[in-house]
Design a protein around this ligand. Structure first.
Ligand SMILES: N[C@@H](CCC(=O)N[C@@H](CS)C(=O)NCC(=O)O)C(=O)O
Length: 214
């Protein structure tokens, strides 16, 4: 039994996207992005009150990167995984975990622009620095994606992990200056698995873009 605990547009979206690509039967429980994630019920699923949480055959798992690895290892028949011994194994791991390098900046910016409830708490300096650090990440991706269609030789869970990280990051740092990343983004978001992971109801990001304050 696979049950994903999900907040639309958050990091749990990367697990949802992978589950759609893998074509597995699964259940989704949606949670609001609020103090409910600190309830005893949710803390039993993820001890730090974060999404995603994943119930997998009687175990409660946390950490989205680990979930991608575990799901690919256990269930991939669609070319999403690069197993031990595969020539692209190291690069697959690097990119699956690079998603967190991007997401830490998006998380800081989500806090700055959305979660803080009083303007006096927001910092233009933090907003500017974190947006620049996202652009630096796009630059690293551009080195690869200006040369090839996907992060590896073909679409994989690495594109899902980084693609979902870019989904969040695009709300704070535009892709415009990165032609290879932009073409990749258009390519991967054509996929049915991506489209199926998009929110149908309440959204975390009310706006498409949140410019840094100056
Ligand atoms: N490294 C963790 C990070 C999880 C995380 O921080 N998720 C965010 C949503 S993107 C969250 O639940 N935030 C709620 C909070 O900080 O209270 C993972 O990838 O699963």
């Amino acid at each position: 039994m696979i049950r994903l605990h999900h907040v639309p547009e958050s990091r749990s979206m990367r697990v949802l996207w992978l589950l759609h690509e893998l074509g597995l039967p699964f259940e989704v429980i949606e949670w609001p992005f609020d103090k409910t994630l600190r309830s005893p019920e949710f803390l039993a699923l993820n001890p730090v009150g974060r999404v995603p949480a994943l119930e997998l055959n009687g175990r409660n798992l946390f950490e989205s990167g680990a979930m991608l690895e575990i799901l690919c290892e256990g269930f991939d028949t669609m070319g999403m995984w690069r197993p031990i011994g595969h020539a692209e194994r190291a690069d697959w791991l690097v990119w699956v975990h690079f998603a967190e390098t991007i997401s830490q900046h998006s998380a800081a910016l989500t806090q700055q622009h959305i979660a803080l409830y009083d303007d006096a708490m927001r910092s233009p300096t933090v907003m500017q620095i974190e947006a620049k650090r996202i652009a630096k990440c796009y630059g690293a991706m551009e080195q690869v994606l200006s040369q090839q269609d996907y992060l590896l030789s073909d679409f994989s869970a690495a594109d899902i992990a980084v693609g979902q990280a870019v989904y969040m990051a695009k709300h704070f740092a535009p892709l415009d200056e990165f032609a290879g990343v932009t073409a990749w983004w258009e390519r991967i978001t054509e996929r049915a698995g991506y489209k199926a992971s998009l929110p149908e109801g309440p959204r975390l990001y009310a706006k498409d873009f949140y410019p840094a304050w100056t």
